[in-house]
Design a protein around this ligand. Structure first.
Ligand code: BV8
Ligand code: ZN
Length: 259
């Protein structure tokens, strides 16, 4: 029996129904109920197993490409076996309710797309678009499921067909600049929305973490969905403390009923 959703503030429901341009900004927490470990949650967080600076940097890949490629293939295999959860599906369903919806994610999984969200903006790249680390030539991942390396087991990265360079994951590592077009689109969405959902992010990675603040400065209503408080609690108009997989479908049902 799912936990009954808390009554939502009438103001929140009215603002949501009146919103014409909505931005949904997500982090690893939106995929947590799909079984994908988040980075910083105690006990389950991937970073607990690894030091992020040991693996999610270009230097780490240069130093030990097999360890880094093995870790990302392990993560890609986890994502491939996972399914979108009710939070991803509620976000996809929101597109039918608001005229202008933009989904901006820090995640490198494809669960938003698999739930039906079109044109997702990936600020930190994707597990599904590896490329050559030397000439950036795209690498076509084989259809077969990746080898299941135990976390931390090494896998030699494939070689580029063009130049023989080592293929790297298509994600953005610490110290790398965000893709300019994605960042521009995300800033425009944050600066132009009436309402911004911040779902499942601890808000510690920049410059992505600045997007809800930009929206708030421009007068947007900020709705945070996270079981735990974050720095954004100070800024959000509404902080819904609970799992997104329960709260988002309940919020949409409360706002629009079964219409
Ligand atoms: C750049 C891809 C410049 C790889 C990632 C000091 C201060 C400020 C900034 C910096 C600094 N020192 C360095 C920097 C910059 C650095 C940075 O921000 N560092 C941080 C750690 C301090 N940023 C960068 O390097 C960025 N680039 O600045 O470039 C530049 C400019 C020009 C030229 C050259 C360079 C690049 C950052 C991108 C790093 N790549 N990911 C990979 O995936 O391996 S970041 C990684 O963290 C993921 O993308 C992830 O999304 C992101 C943020 O984490 P969250 O998504 O928030 O996940 P987290 O686990 O933290 O939180 C999950 C939340 O979910 C929790 O709050 C939890 O309560 C909640 N939750 C749990 N369950 C649920 C839930 N919520 C809802 N429902 C649930 N069921
Ligand atoms: Zn190459």
């Amino acid at each position: 029996m799912p936990t009954p959703a808390p009554p939502f503030a009438a103001g929140l429901l009215a603002e949501l129904r009146a919103a014409r341009r909505v931005m949904v900004f997500t982090g690893a927490g939106v995929s947590a109920e799909s079984g994908i470990p988040t980075f910083r949650d105690a006990l389950t967080g991937l970073w607990q197993t690894f030091d992020p600076m040991d693996l999610a940097t270009p230097e780490a890949f240069g130093r030990d490409p097999d360890l880094v490629w093995g870790w990302y293939e392990w993560r890609r295999m986890r994502v491939r076996r996972a399914a979108p959860n009710p939070a991803h599906r509620a976000i996809a369903a929101l597109a039918a309710r608001v005229p202008g919806l933009t989904v901006v994610t820090q995640n490198v999984d494809d669960l938003h797309e698999r739930a039906g969200s079109p044109a997702v903006i990936h600020l930190h790249g994707s597990l599904h678009q590896p490329r050559c680390s030397l000439c950036a030539y795209p690498f076509a991942l084989p259809d077969a499921e990746p080898l299941e390396p135990e976390a931390g087991r090494r896998l030699a990265p494939p070689r580029c067909r063009q130049c023989g360079g080592a293929v790297r994951p298509g994600v953005l590592w610490f110290g790398e600049a965000l893709p300019a077009d994605a960042w521009r689109a995300a800033e425009a969405a944050a600066g132009g929305c009436d309402l911004l959902f911040s779902v499942g992010t601890s808000g510690v990675v920049h410059p992505a973490a600045g997007l809800p603040l930009l929206a708030a400065r421009r007068g947007a209503t900020i709705v945070q969905v996270n079981p735990h408080p974050t720095d954004l609690d100070r800024v959000a108009d509404h902080s819904l403390h609970g799992p997104a997989g329960g709260l988002l479908p309940a919020l949409l049902a409360a706002a629009w009923g079964g219409e």
